[in-house]
Design a protein around this ligand. Structure first.
Ligand code: SF4
Length: 353
C-alpha cells in the first residue's frame, strides 16, 4: 500500500493518468486513511450545491468505476449532507441541512460547487421564512465555512455556457464569488470522473495540490489534448479531415485540441474507451473563457493557433518553459510523442490528403 509521500511521488513521476489506473486500490486506502486521521474519527461532511448547470458533472461522476460514487460515499465515509439530485430528504428536511451549517449547528468540511452562480434571484435554492434564497447567498455562507472549496465542471470553475457573452444573469465562477478562498477547479463539460475522484482523494488526505494559473491541478491539466492525440501524425503531415468523421486530423473542422490542456487523450473516457478527438474533435471545454472566442465557433478552424503547434510542439508547454533546457526537453518530448502517435494513427485508418 502506498503512503502519503509515495502517493505524491507516484503522481509526480507517472502522472495522474496512470496513477488512477494502477493504484485505484491504494487511492481507496488513502480515502480510508484520511477519514481515520480525521478529528474524532468523524465523517467528512460534504455539501454539493448546484447552480446554473445541467447535472452533467454529477452524471459523469456516476460513471466512475474504480472507485465509483457509491464507494466514495460509503467506504470512504463521506457524509453527503446535501446534494439536490442524490439526497433522499426533501422539502424542509433537506433545507435544514443547509440552514444548520449557516447557523453553525453543524460543520461543513468540503463544498463542491456544480454550475455557475447567477446573480440574486436568477437562481434560488429553497426558502427561509417563505422567501426564496439566492444560490449566491448559500455559496458565500457555506463556502466561507468550508475547509475545501472545489468547483467541478466548466461552469463552476470559469462560468461556462451560462456565463457566455452577453451573460444576462451575471453568472460567475466559484472563485469569483469566493475571492478570499482557495478554490480547486476541476473544469470540463463534464469533468472526467477520475479527475474528480483523484482530486477528492488528495484533498481529503490533506495533500498539497499544485494548481496552475487558472486553479487546476497541474498533474491533470498540464499537457495539451493535441500532444497526446492519436491523430497528431496527420496534423504533422497536413492531412486534414473534411468532415467530422474523418479521415485525418480534425483541426480544420473545428478541433481545438492545441488550445486545451487536459489528459483526455491519454487517460481517455468511458473506462478508457474513447475521447472527444475520436468523436468529432476537442472543444477545449477545460479552458477559461470557453465557449466564447477563440474556442467558438465550434465547427470552424481556430483563428489563432500558435505557430509552434504546426511543429507538433505543445505551445502552452513551451510558453511555460522557464529555461532553454526545459524548452529543449519539451521539444524532445514532443518529437517522441509525434513519432509514437503518427505510427498509431497510420495503423488505425488510411487518410486522404
Ligand atoms: Fe488531434 Fe485535434 Fe490535434 Fe488534430 S487538432 S491532432 S484532431 S487534438
Amino acid at each position: 500500500m502506498v503512503n502519503r509521500r509515495d502517493f505524491l511521488k507516484i503522481c509526480a513521476a507517472i502522472g495522474t493518468a496512470a496513477t488512477i489506473e494502477l493504484y485505484s486500490a491504494d487511492i481507496r486506502d488513502i480515502f480510508t486513511q484520511a477519514i481515520e486521521a480525521h478529528a474524532q474519527g468523524d465523517k467528512v461532511r460534504l455539501i454539493w450545491l448546484a447552480g446554473a448547470q445541467d447535472t452533467g458533472c454529477t452524471i459523469s461522476l456516476l460513471q466512475g468505476s474504480d472507485p465509483d460514487l457509491i464507494d466514495v460515499l460509503t467506504k470512504f465515509r463521506i457524509q453527503l449532507d446535501f446534494h439536490q439530485t442524490l439526497m433522499i430528504p426533501e422539502g424542509e428536511a433537506a433545507m435544514k441541512r443547509l440552514k444548520d451549517v449557516v447557523e453553525d449547528k453543524s460543520r461543513v468540511d468540503v463544498l463542491i460547487m456544480e454550475g455557475a452562480i447567477p446573480e440574486g434571484y436568477f437562481c434560488t435554492v429553497g426558502e427561509i421564512d417563505g422567501q426564496p434564497v439566492p444560490i449566491e447567498d448559500w455559496v458565500k455562507q457555506i463556502g466561507g465555512r468550508a475547509k475545501y472549496n472545489i468547483a467541478v465542471g466548466q461552469c463552476a470553475a470559469y462560468g461556462g455556457i451560462p456565463a457566455a457573452k452577453p451573460n444576462p444573469t451575471n453568472c460567475r465562477s466559484l472563485s469569483e464569488v469566493l475571492p478570499d478562498k482557495t478554490v480547486i477547479n476541476i473544469p470540463g463539460c463534464p469533468p472526467n470522473p477520475d479527475w474528480m475522484t483523484l482530486t477528492f482523494a488528495q484533498a481529503l488526505q490533506g495533500l498539497p495540490i499544485e494548481l496552475d494559473e487558472v486553479g487546476r491541478p497541474t498533474a491533470i491539466f498540464k499537457e495539451t489534448v493535441h500532444s497526446g492525440c492519436s491523430l497528431l501524425g496527420y496534423y504533422e503531415e497536413g492531412v486534414f479531415a473534411k468532415t467530422l468523421d474523418g479521415p485525418g486530423c480534425l483541426y480544420k473542422v473545428g478541433c481545438k485540441g492545441p488550445l486545451a490542456r487536459a489528459d483526455c487523450t491519454v487517460r481517455r473516457w468511458n473506462q478508457g474507451l474513447n475521447s472527444c478527438t475520436t468523436a468529432g474533435g476537442c472543444k477545449a471545454c477545460v479552458e477559461k473563457g470557453w465557449p466564447d472566442e477563440p474556442f467558438a465557433p465550434f465547427y470552424e478552424e481556430a483563428a489563432d493557433i500558435p505557430p509552434s503547434a504546426a511543429l507538433g510542439i505543445d505551445p502552452i508547454l513551451i510558453a511555460g518553459a522557464a529555461t532553454g533546457a526545459a524548452a529543449v526537453g519539451a521539444v524532445a518530448y514532443a518529437e517522441h510523442r509525434r513519432r509514437k502517435h503518427k505510427k498509431e494513427a497510420k495503423k488505425e485508418t488510411g487518410a486522404e490528403q
